[in-house]
Design a protein around this ligand. Structure first.
Ligand SMILES: [Mg+2]
Length: 383
């Protein structure tokens, strides 16, 4: 019988907008919208007063202004949000070292072991929520359950100011929910499931396995397990404050994609090597491009699974660069950079991995002995 885990999901309510309200007491009672400036900006956060008018994040700012002309529109203050985020995450760490950040204002806490000292999951959840309010003046919603999927649903369930623990028999809680509440089900998948006559998680859980495989393909068993409230994924501590990157400025601007990709591959391998040396894996991979006109662009992708592989980092940054080149045809490039962030400690994920040294750590050893870039995948022909 597997250990029953205790997982808390904490999500700050309308985070950026709430920080603006906190810092500007005169905003109290008004619709507050944080967004990029200019006519092409989008809403990055809206408080609950603004949501009543139908304003929500990712909405173009023009549309938000039509829906809610009387709202207070502020430009975001990232350094301030980061500062409060750091404060909130240091609160989390007083309850458990197992904190997995999903964004500045959202995290999973595995408190399975903490219960021995701090009390049951609801006692801990309440203490986290109270401490956030006392120390920052902000409200968080807290969901509690025995796995990540259920805990995340639970924090959303009574938002804002939510505090909900999924009952022992998760089916009672899940069965009536619409299928779109399943993690990973987008509009297309939702439509396919509905067309099979399945509207609720209860129906999905009980649906015939083969029928679901014909509807959802290889993901069917994963979705049916989630619908049954089963989720084995572990809470993997993140190092959101750290990043590892390499960049290179060129004496002569690069014009050809082939040259750019060669540089990108070298940078990716350097980044991968440093990650492995520090025993980190990265969840976010970022490409930096500076054009010959000194304009700097940044593009990034969040991976489902963290990586420390130079090859994987290269594949992602290559895709980002090709997309950028499509958007900026014929632009010469002055600088290229590859960065990684949302770093995780490798020790936490070795359980799920093969531990035998891969080709990359062999390359690392050779490079350590003979200097950086003695061999790489292309030059070494070792793979
Ligand atoms: Mg939030």
């Amino acid at each position: 019988m597997p250990l029953r885990r205790a997982i808390i999901h904490v999500d700050m309510d309308a985070f950026f907008a709430s920080v603006e309200e906190l810092d500007n007491p005169e905003y109290s009672g008004y619709a507050v919208i944080v967004s990029g400036l200019g006519p092409r900006g989008v809403v990055s956060a809206a408080n609950y007063a603004a949501r009543k008018f139908g304003v929500h994040s990712a909405m173009p700012i023009g549309r938000a202004r039509r829906l809610c002309p009387q709202g207070i529109y502020c430009r975001g203050n990232m350094p301030r949000y980061r500062e409060i985020s750091t404060q909130v995450f240091s609160i989390f760490k007083q309850f458990t070292p197992l904190v997995e950040g999903l964004s500045l204002d959202e995290a999973f806490l595995d408190v399975t072991a903490s219960r021995k000292i701090l009390g049951d999951i609801e006692t801990i959840g309440r203490a986290v929520k109270d401490m956030i309010l006392q120390q920052t003046g902000l409200v968080a919603s807290v969901g509690m359950a025995e796995n990540k999927f259920l805990a995340k649903l639970a924090s959303d369930f009574r938002k804002p100011d939510g505090f909900f623990r999924v009952p022992e028999n998760a089916h009672d809680f899940l069965d009536p929910m619409p299928v779109k509440w399943l993690w990973g089900v987008g509009p297309k998948t939702e439509l396919r499931i509905k067309q099979a006559g399945i509207l609720t998680l209860g129906q999905l859980r009980r649906a015939d396995r083969q029928l679901m495989q014909s509807v959802l393909g290889p993901q069917a068993s994963h979705f049916q397990a989630l619908a049954a409230g089963e989720d084995q994924r572990e809470v993997i501590p993140t190092r959101s404050d750290k990043s590892i990157s390499h960049e290179q400025t060129f004496d002569i601007d690069l014009n050809e994609q082939r040259q750019m990709l060669a540089v990108l591959q070298k940078l990716s391998e350097q980044v991968g090597r440093r990650l492995r040396k520090k025993k980190y894996s990265a969840r976010v991979i970022r490409l930096k491009v500076r054009s010959s006109h000194f304009q700097t662009f940044s593009r990034q992708i969040s991976l489902i699974e963290a990586t420390d592989s130079g090859k994987a980092i290269y594949n992602v940054s290559k895709a980002l660069l090709k997309k950028w080149l499509q958007q900026h045809p014929g632009t010469a490039v002055r600088l290229l950079g590859v960065g990684t962030s949302k770093l995780e400690d490798n020790f936490a994920i070795t359980n799920n991995r093969e531990t035998k040294p891969g080709i990359e750590s062999v390359l690392d050893e050779i490079n350590d002995k003979f200097g950086e870039q003695t061999v790489s995948h292309t030059l070494g022909r070792l793979s």
